[in-house]
Design a protein around this ligand. Structure first.
Ligand code: AGP
Length: 607
């Protein structure tokens, strides 16, 4: 949600900001803007729409400065427009602010402190700029502290002041921000890809800390403006990992990266049929948990649904899977005997972070499955299993989903092994299959395979509704397939546990509702076969995702796409790949904005 970049140093800040913002457009893309200090004044330029509109607008203006802050927006308060775009300025124009998050008490702050002032936007953020002017006492740092004292809500704020043009001040509460350490220059951004072209040395900011960026370095201070020492981390990702690398879209690139990242998720974690993580859980600790909650949003939630089956089958601990935005509002029953597993690619999804905190406040241990090192979720959890998927830029999650599944298989095996469960053979089979996955997935993604999927997708071009059906683990995959299709192709899709269809939804099935049936799980094959016949009887066109070598299904469906045979329990990792590709090619043939679908953003840092 919203991308922020700030720069101070020897380069032209305008170039650094535009470059950085282009790497953060996945966070929001309804408008963008930059502010610099030039000739003693703050100069602001903004444009509605994608970043390219801002680039075109300022092209040829010759803007130059050593200091600047920039923003790409995902609207919360106020519709996307030039005037609601950030940066926002104070009434006297001396302060400029970019913000990611929501100032919850902004209306009250307006009434209390700014009743006579004229606002030029509908945003909550503009209040912060006005308060800076109102509270200014000649010290930018002290003034920021005073403003923070009255703000409620979530924020990553980055601010400049025309009267103190040698510094940028930033702070955060519940919204992410990372600092980049350079030689004679300092950077700040919402996410690492914006920094990679300039530095790999970074620092993470904790809640409530104040960062003062100057050309000579970065100073972190506490609320009393006392200096705090910070560790500098080296980012392992290289800049290329966040580029399209010849693919037309990030989504396609990320689908194709799956075989490679599968290896990374597994690497170093399997030894002699045993799973090892960076933490150790004793038998007593694992046995102390009589319940597990998996809490997540969107695609990560769908990964959690697979995780439930994995953990219950392998470790025999009951698991409940919860949507993070619902979890804490229903007073879930949890205590020190409950393990809470939070799953999040970004590690910063506001609802998931809130669920994590709720769990900890109730005395639970929290285990995170996440992609982003140093993210709020990674930092605040007791144990972390990284999925090592590398940067995922496309809003539609693909490689993060499949690597979340792999992490869950590893975790399921680990919990069973630490508990001393009597299923060593099954665990060994699963670990062997996980190790085979990269090669199998690589072979699967052949030109011929893609062509088949593309032709299936072509037939969905004009569909209004598509049903995904499956049973057991195949149903969990169906849910993910349907979300992917909705998200990027804008075709309404629904996923159903196929046995449920006849309890109502079957009424919607006609010859105009294509059905995609996942028929991979052998234990429920006969059941899904009957359910397919039910929709065929209503003249639906059915595409079935089957196991290689399945000679039956083609007899009663219109089309099949096979996945390579692998241990059936691990098959969801492969079964979702054709669904990702169907969504991709359907969105493409419909001319949709694949990497940046309308109304969405990659990281959802507001509740
Ligand atoms: C998936 O394609 C989504 N765009 C979305 O559902 C996403 O999975 C969700 O917002 C959770 O994000 P997280 O994994 O970063 O927490």
């Amino acid at each position: 949600m919203c991308g922020i970049v700030g720069y101070i140093g020897k380069r032209n800040a305008v170039d650094v900001m535009l470059q950085g913002l282009s790497k953060l457009e996945y966070r929001g893309y309804d408008s963008s803007g930059i502010a610099i200090v030039a000739g003693g004044d703050v100069l602001v330029n903004k444009a509605e729409g994608k970043l390219v509109n801002l680039q075109n607008k300022i092209d040829g203006m010759g803007l130059e400065s050593r200091i600047g802050i920039g923003h790409t927006r995902w609207a919360t308060h106020g519709r996307p427009s030039d005037y609601n775009a950030h940066p926002h300025t104070s009434q006297n124009g001396k302060f400029a602010v970019v913000h990611n998050g929501i100032v919850e008490n902004y209306l009250r702050l307006k009434e209390t402190y700014l009743a006579d002032e004229v606002f030029t936007s509908e945003t909550d953020t503009e209040v912060v700029a006005h308060l800076l002017e109102k509270f200014y006492n000649g010290s930018f740092e002290e003034t920021v502290i005073k403003v923070l004292d009255v703000l409620e809500g979530a924020y990553a704020l980055v601010m400049i002041c025309a009267d103190e043009p040698d510094k940028i001040i930033a702070c955060r509460k519940d919204s992410p921000m990372v600092l980049g350490v350079g030689d004679g220059e300092s950077f700040i951004a919402s996410d690492v890809p914006a920094l990679l072209a300039y530095t790999r040395e970074c620092m993470y900011i904790e809640q409530g800390e104040l960062c003062v960026l100057t050309q000579d370095g970065i100073t972190i201070k506490n609320h009393n403006l006392e200096v705090i020492e910070k560790e500098v981390h080296t980012i392992e990702w290289d800049a290329e990992a966040a580029e399209k690398d010849g693919y037309e879209h990030f989504m396609l690139k990320e689908i194709f990266e799956q075989p490679t990242v599968f290896k990374k998720t597994i690497a170093g974690r399997i030894h002699n049929n045993q799973v090892q993580f960076d933490f150790d859980l004793s038998e007593a600790q694992v046995n102390s948990w009589n319940k597990i909650y998996i809490v997540a949003c969107g695609t990560a939630y769908h990964a959690g649904l697979v995780g439930k089956t994995i953990i219950e089958k392998l470790a025999r601990i009951p698991v409940e899977v919860e949507i993070a935005s619902e979890f804490r509002y229903r007073e879930p029953m949890m205590d020190e005997h409950t393990l809470v597993i939070v799953i999040s690619q970004s590690g910063e999804t506001a609802d998931t972070v809130a669920a994590l905190r709720e769990a900890r406040n109730n005395g639970c241990k929290v285990l995170a499955i996440t992609n982003v090192v140093g993210s709020a979720i990674a930092r605040e959890s007791d144990y972390v299993v990284y999925i090592w998927a590398g940067p995922e830029i496309s809003v539609a999650s693909t490689k993060a989903y499949t690597t979340m599944l792999i992490a869950e298989y590893l975790l399921g095996v680990y919990l069973a092994q630490q508990k001393g469960m009597d299923n060593a053979e099954l665990r060994a089979d699963i670990l062997n299959s996980l190790q085979a996955l990269p090669e199998v997935a690589e072979k699967m993604l052949s030109e011929e395979y893609l062509a088949r999927i593309q032709s299936a997708a072509d037939s969905y071009k004009d569909a209004n509704d598509i049903f995904f059906i499956g049973r057991g683990l195949d149903w969990a995959i169906a849910l993910e397939g349907s979300l992917k299709l909705k998200e990027i192709s804008y075709i309404h899709a629904e996923a159903y546990a196929a046995g449920e269809l006849k309890h109502g939804t079957l009424a919607l099935v006609t010859d105009e509702t294509p059905v995609i049936a996942i028929c991979v799980q052998e234990s429920t094959y006969d059941k899904i076969a009957s359910n397919i016949k039910e929709v065929k009887a209503r003249e639906a066109n059915v595409l079935a995702i089957i196991n290689d070598g399945d000679e039956e299904t083609h007899k009663f469906v219109d089309e099949t796409i096979a996945i390579p045979r692998i241990h059936n329990f691990v098959a969801p990792v492969l079964a979702v790949i054709p669904l990702q590709l169907i969504s991709y090619y359907t969105a493409k043939v419909r001319g949709c904005e694949i990497d940046q679908p309308r109304n969405l953003a990659k990281s959802v840092t507001v509740e």
